[in-house]
Ligand binder design. Structure first.
Ligand code: GLC
Length: 748
């Protein structure tokens, strides 16, 4: 620090004497960044350059103190800023001022179908990272939802590349408006947690470019992401963290990415590949730098001493090193050395409100039928003129969900549980009773799950399951309305990094509990809290079903606002809910979690190719439990007067949308396109446009959706590029992928 002060004093003194700025170019904020980079680079020693390319601690990398270039500090994660951890450990450092606002997981953000929400979300989480003095936020994740078993789907944006692209761009821009780099991850093909470090993905170029890369491409080319994180898995036999095709051919040559490519933690396996295949910064290579001795110290990283040795022996040129350091310096000048960046804010009510708005807009009303088919007795929204006693059943009504799940785990300033929210919203209008209904079986001996060294104090309940269920049934029998709140959680084997689920079914015997509750009281609403689709064998016995996501600090308030009708649900599914696992392409063709080559699960063929999610269901003519893009409202919407206009570069798809109900509501209208018949296999339809429109009761508005013709293309493997075909295109507009109300054709 002293050197830095001396240097700045000397420069200021010199400039005041000469009357003109004699600040070194790299310190001069008025100079173009590229000039500043070259000047800084010219002043750095070989050792300083190499030191920049690898971690110096669990989440930081070296700057150049001699030149006043700060260190880089990264932090997870995509839906909140992780608590400070010890220099070399995953365990928390025990700070008292790093409890954040926990935002909803990104499946919820995608379920809002609202890019404006994504912009607000990105800005808010970026403010939190900025305030915590992190210049790289390790998120968002945009890996495509290929299998409902993937333990990390809750961190991502669903099964459709267009929806994910539209949501990731404003998120990235929002984060970076704070002078904090968004680090889009995990690039690429990290679509499962099973064997994530070993599996080599085999996928066609077409499926890669049409399904798995578009959201990354949008984040880089439209969002202008300043950082990207390589994935653990292999592709074309090379680890994605040093993969020639992904990090050089695609990222740099096709997309002209000028940001920094960082490894996932422990994702680097080879010095030469790391030097020549586009990686800039190596993190987490299994070291704690202190107690595991030299063999695991940061100097032993692949891009540390081994690299320096090659350089000094003339076995590696400085050309690749300088390219890496330029990218890292560019990160510095965009963040830590950008004198004009804002100061951020942390744990504020404003951030909590944004989290709540996203949660309320992302919660999906999947089903809402009268409790008795002949009558209009809807369970939701709760009618307090009739509901004087509400039974809330299920462990997820009380469970801490901001902790756990892997690297996205948080130390939240607070977390309103569903039970707390419902009690608050009921107020004195109804008595709310709770029964656990079931108990998860992942409780550690401390009566909770440990994560980052922090124990979640689940209330241990060692009674026999039958007794716990009987208690819930009794509570249901004596209530006017029953709200079951279950689903998955953030424990290993559920929605959690590092492993996948074993099946589509709800765990802990919930199906039996729900069936028993339905028998005990027909006024039953089932709320699923999860980041993944689940099987619902009881769906015909539940008049109302809600998908409520992991919604962070304001989860309980947002859910209660929806259940009580203060807020009108407008969320729509970002991924399909199959009836059973074999209805999903990855499982139907038996290519998950990979073949059992001699070394075990070395290869996984994405044999379903481009037919992921609703594309598969359409192709196989399989009816899903709930379709992609599905979500109900407490009001209704009518679609009329479709007009399709060819404007040269774009096609306009306009229609009149009317709120035909008695209350205001928002509708995420969707436009799917069927490309012309061709020799190559084509999806029946693909999402190519959407718009979220808020309408008061009775209001009609013309919705205008512009679709660039460049979006109406497919990857032509013979041309190694996208091609827009000519012929007759069909445009279908409606409320979901399975509820398309209007259609029209256009030939061009
Ligand atoms: C983890 C995750 C990555 C995270 C990183 C740092 O293994 O894959 O998403 O940002 O390590 O915690």
């Amino acid at each position: 620090m002293k050197k830095l002060k001396l240097l700045l004093f000397a420069c200021t003194a010199a400039s005041s004497v000469s009357g003109q700025s004699s600040l070194p170019v790299y310190l001069d904020n008025t100079k173009p960044i590229e000039q500043r980079i070259e000047d800084a680079l010219s002043r750095m020693t070989l050792e300083e350059k190499v030191a920049m390319c690898h971690a110096q601690s669990k989440f930081s990398s070296a700057g150049v103190a001699r030149l006043g270039i700060p260190e880089n500090w990264m932090s997870d994660g995509p839906h909140g800023v992780r608590p400070e951890v010890l220099w070399d450990e995953w365990n928390q450092a025990g700070w008292t001022n790093d409890s954040c606002i926990a935002f909803p997981a990104l499946t919820c953000l995608a379920a809002t179908w609202n890019p404006e929400m994504a912009a607000r979300y990105g800005k808010a989480i970026g403010e939190e990272a900025r305030y915590r003095n992190k210049n790289v936020l390790l998120g968002p994740g945009v890996n495509i939802y290929r299998t409902p078993l993937n333990g990390r789907n809750f961190e991502y944006m669903g099964e459709d590349p267009f929806l994910a692209s539209q949501i990731v761009v404003p998120y990235v821009r929002g984060v970076q408006s704070n002078g904090v780099a968004a680090c889009v991850k995990h690039f690429a093909l990290n679509n499962q947690e099973a064997y994530r470090h070993e599996v080599n993905v085999e996928v066609s170029d077409r499926a890669l470019h049409e399904i798995y890369l578009p959201a990354f491409k949008a984040a880089v080319t439209e969002g202008k992401a300043w950082a990207i994180m390589g994935a653990y898995n292999k592709y074309k036999g090379q680890h994605a963290c040093h993969n020639q095709y992904l990090l050089v051919d695609v990222l740099r040559k096709m997309w002209h990415f000028d940001g920094v490519a960082v490894s996932d933690w422990g994702g680097v396996h080879d010095t030469r590949e790391a030097i020549y295949n586009g990686l800039d910064m190596e993190f987490g290579s299994w070291t704690n730098g202190l107690t595991w001795g030299e063999s695991n110290a940061y100097a032993s990283y692949f891009l540390a001493t081994p690299y320096l040795k090659l350089l000094k022996e003339g076995k590696a040129s400085e050309k690749e090193l300088d390219a890496k350091v330029r990218n890292i310096l560019r990160l510095a000048f965009r963040t830590t050395m950008n004198a004009n960046r804002p100061f951020g804010s942390f744990g504020t009510p404003e951030h909590a409100l944004i989290g709540r708005q996203v949660a309320q807009e992302g919660i999906v009303l999947l089903k809402n039928s009268p409790a008795t088919p002949k009558k209009e007795d809807f369970v939701l929204p709760i009618d307090f003129s009739k509901a004087k006693k509400i039974a809330v059943i299920g462990e997820n009504a009380i469970k801490v969900m901001t902790v756990g799940g892997g690297s996205s785990s948080l130390k939240a300033k607070y977390e309103i549980s569903p039970l707390e929210g419902i009690k608050k919203y009921a107020g004195n209008r109804a008595e709310v009773v709770f029964a656990r209904g079931y108990v998860n079986d992942f409780l550690s001996k401390e009566g909770g799950m440990k994560h980052d060294g922090m124990v979640i104090n689940d209330v241990v309940d060692t009674r026999p399951a039958e007794e716990i269920t009987a208690e819930a049934v009794a509570a249901a029998k004596n209530a006017d309305v029953v709200i079951f709140i279950g689903g998955l959680n953030k424990y290993d084997g559920q929605d959690c990094e590092g492993g996948d689920r074993k099946g589509l079914e709800l765990p802990y015997g919930q199906d039996k509990v729900i069936a028993a509750l339905a028998k005990a009281n027909k006024n039953l609403a089932v709320v699923i809290i999860s980041g993944n689709a689940v099987a619902m064998p009881w769906v015909n016995d539940a008049p109302a079903v809600v998908q409520a996501w992991y919604n962070g600090s304001e989860a309980g308030n947002a859910l209660a606002a929806i259940l009580t009708g203060e807020a009108n649900p407008s969320g729509k599914l970002p991924f399909s809910f199959p009836v059973e696992l074999k209805n999903n392409g990855a499982h139907a063709l038996g290519q998950y979690p990979g073949d059992s080559a001699p070394a075990g699960y070395l290869n996984e063929k994405y044999s379903e190719d481009i037919f992921v999610g609703y594309r598969w269901l359409d192709k196989q003519k399989i009816k899903p439990l709930f379709p992609f893009g599905h979500g109900l409202s407490y009001t209704n919407f009518e679609y009329k007067n479709l007009k399709i206009t060819d404007n040269g570069e774009t096609v306009s798809v306009n229609f009149d949308l009317t709120n035909t109900g008695k209350r205001e509501g928002s509708e995420a209208s969707q436009v799917y396109v069927a490309l012309p018949e061709m020799k190559i296999a084509m999806p029946v339809k693909q999402l190519k446009g959407f718009a979220k429109t808020r309408l008061s009761a009775g209001e009609t508005r013309t919705v205008e959706i512009a679709i660039p013709k460049s979006q109406l293309s497919y990857w032509d493997e013979s041309k190694n590029n996208f091609v827009t075909p000519t012929g007759t295109f069909e445009f279908l507009a409606g409320a979901s992928s399975a509820d398309l109300r209007l259609k029209g054709k256009l030939k061009f």
